[in-house]
Design a protein. Structure first.
Length: 392
């Protein structure tokens, strides 16, 4: 018989480990970010405060766990907020883990019904565009604030090997990769690595985070999670984990033993997910970021995995990807207090959406006006110096 249970607190959470792992094994497409290990590390390495609570919504079929959705409850100003447990970057995919033989719509409704009384606000990052979680979140609260973003992948489907994939790109694209690698090799030993020892893992994590800080400084931008210690603590703790359901992968490209590009990724049974990237700007003319993607994708093909470059539209993702989807981040109030806290953001979102709609309407009208123009010739033939006149 199907029944839902709210798991509240660390002690009850720990009791889920075996059942959760069984569920994850049964879902071939399970992300490492949906595993018990990921949630546990997220709770243990978070920037803790006294009001934090660990809450999991679960659905059971008799004694079998068929769905789980883990959250931490913290504060956002005067309101309480539910947000998924994670590495501190807050960019993991946010869909609940569900058994494939269950009714996804029904399960998501059950899960959200458990979570509604637990906080004033719920924030869920990057659920599938056509997934059941999106359908439920759209109907949550008196309003919601969606943030859709394109997500990019390199899929192996229909491609026999990496060399066949590479042939699908333009000759200029392939030539630029070869030339960049050839020029770097003239400077010394170029190596693609996936460090397994702790010292190298620490070095890679710190290098990625520091280079990202420098890049943000050069661009005059800021990033909230880089100012905290959560992400570093999480990846340090995860770097030595080697579970059957997934692990953290710290890919790097070194020149004479020095990193010039690196990734923080998640590796599971079907894919590598790209979470954070950095490269040394001193070597930008050699495109080390493109070269490490080439090496990482080759590694993926050798291990039977897809390469998920994830959210945000970037030039390199558009150039490399052979598949694209949309992921949507949702914020929604669950109480009146939550609605009051989120109201300024909702008004800003509504204004932006209205202005964009007006701009798009004006753009379409401009295109229609342009398409009404025709070359006009007097007489039966058009002279070489005929003017372009609007049609009547």
């Amino acid at each position: 018989m199907l029944h839902s249970v709210l798991v509240d607190g660390v002690e009850a959470f720990v009791q889920l480990e075996d059942k959760w792992n069984d569920l994850a094994r049964s879902v071939v497409t399970c992300h490492y970010t949906q595993t018990f290990e990921w949630a546990k590390l997220g709770w243990e390495t978070r920037d803790a405060s006294g009001d934090d609570r660990l809450i999991c919504a679960t659905v059971w079929l008799d004694a079998r766990l068929v769905a789980v959705w883990p959250f931490q409850r913290n504060r956002l100003g005067p309101a309480t907020r539910l947000e998924p447990l994670g590495c501190g970057i807050h960019e993991e995919y946010g869909d609940p883990l569900m058994a494939p033989d269950m009714n996804a719509d029904e399960i998501c409704r059950e899960l959200l019904a458990l979570l509604r009384p637990m906080a004033d606000i719920i924030e869920v990052p990057f659920v599938e565009q056509y997934g059941a979680a999106r359908q439920v979140l759209e109907r949550t609260g008196v309003f919601n604030i969606p943030n859709p973003l394109d997500s990019y992948m390199i899929e192996r489907r229909g491609v026999e090997n990496f060399d066949d994939l590479l042939q699908a790109y333009s000759s200029k694209f392939r030539t630029n990769l070869k030339q960049g690698r050839k020029r770097l090799l003239k400077l010394g030993e170029l190596r693609f690595e996936l460090p397994e020892d702790y010292a190298s893992s620490v070095e890679t994590i710190d290098w990625v985070l520091e280079e990202k800080r420098r890049w943000l400084c050069r661009m005059g931008k800021s990033c909230p999670w880089l100012g905290k210690g959560e992400a570093r603590a999480f990846f340090l703790a995860a770097s030595m984990k080697r579970g059957e359901l997934g692990r953290v992968g710290l890919f790097r490209l070194t020149l004479n033993g020095k990193p010039i590009a690196a990734f923080l990724t998640m590796i599971d049974r079907t894919r590598v997910e790209l979470l954070a990237t950095s490269f040394d700007p001193d070597y930008a003319r050699y495109s080390p970021g493109m070269l490490i993607i080439e090496d990482a994708v080759r590694w993926c093909f050798e291990h039977g995995l897809d390469f998920d470059m994830r959210i945000l539209r970037m030039d390199y993702k558009e150039r490399w990807s052979n598949a694209q989807t949309v992921r949507i981040q949702y914020r929604a109030p669950l109480t009146v207090k939550g609605a009051l806290v989120l109201l300024p953001d909702y008004l800003s979102y509504s204004l932006f959406r209205t202005l964009r709609a007006i701009f798009n309407a004006e753009q379409r009208a401009s295109i229609r006006r342009m398409m009404k123009w025709r070359p006009w010739a007097s007489g039966r033939s058009q002279s070489a110096d005929a003017q372009i006149e609007p049609s009547v």
